[in-house]
Design a protein around this ligand. Structure first.
Ligand code: GAR
Length: 196
């Protein structure tokens, strides 16, 4: 059984998809805890499923390094096999990443390497792309640069707004992350091999 800690910053719809999948006794993974950098709305999903949650706010620390070390200690307290950034919107310092990588994966709403960063959906629209998609990748020391584990593409409907497109992407992200977790748990996707 693959054990997971999920980190979020927002509405947590991808977290919820994982909680629902893990609620099925036949699914080969379980969520040990959910963490956030703020009082995110998505923490309510953890509460609903009886999963412990922790919040470590950067504003309470003198530096990003101190903040991330406390966040790391909270994650490591649960001793997970895998940590998933599911809409976690803070860039994590090198020390945090190297302590967990390659067992640290991120979800991103574009077909990386296209449109890294915090405004991927807006950037794809501004660039006039006809397709975009979702990526799950191993986190490395760069921003959205680590080895890609899985991607799914969708067409961009002419005239669609950023929020509508993001909702469409999130729909495919939810099934993609559940699929990736299942593949990791079943040994079909080896993170150490993919990291090299
Ligand atoms: C998802 O689209 C995820 O890919 C994105 O935040 C959203 C979270 O949605 N992550 C990033 O943009 C990271 N750079 P959710 O809170 O509903 O799961």
């Amino acid at each position: 059984m693959l054990s997971i800690v999920v980190l979020i910053s927002g509405s947590g719809s991808n977290l919820r998809a994982l909680l629902e999948a893990c609620d099925n006794p036949l699914f080969p993974a379980k969520i040990l805890a959910v963490g956030s950098d703020k009082a995110a709305a998505g923490l309510s999903h953890a509460e609903e499923f009886g999963v412990p949650a922790f919040v470590v706010e950067p504003e309470l620390f003198d530096s990003r390094e101190q903040w991330s070390q406390v966040l790391l200690r909270n994650v490591q307290y649960h001793n997970p096999d895998l940590v998933i950034l599911a809409g976690f919107m803070k860039v994590l310092p090198e020390g945090f990443v190297s302590a967990l990588s390659p067992k640290l994966i991120n979800m991103h709403p574009s077909l990386l390497p296209a449109f890294p960063g915090a405004h991927a959906v807006r950037d794809a629209l501004s660039a006039g792309e006809s397709t975009t998609g979702a990526t799950v990748h191993i986190v490395d020391s760069g921003v959205d640069t680590g080895p890609v584990l899985a991607q799914r593409e969708i067409a961009i409907a002419p005239g669609i707004a950023e929020s509508g497109l993001h909702e469409q992407i999130k729909t495919i992200e939810r099934s993609l992350i559940v699929e990736v977790v299942s593949q990791i748990a079943e040994g079909k996707l080896n993170l150490s091999e993919r990291a090299n």
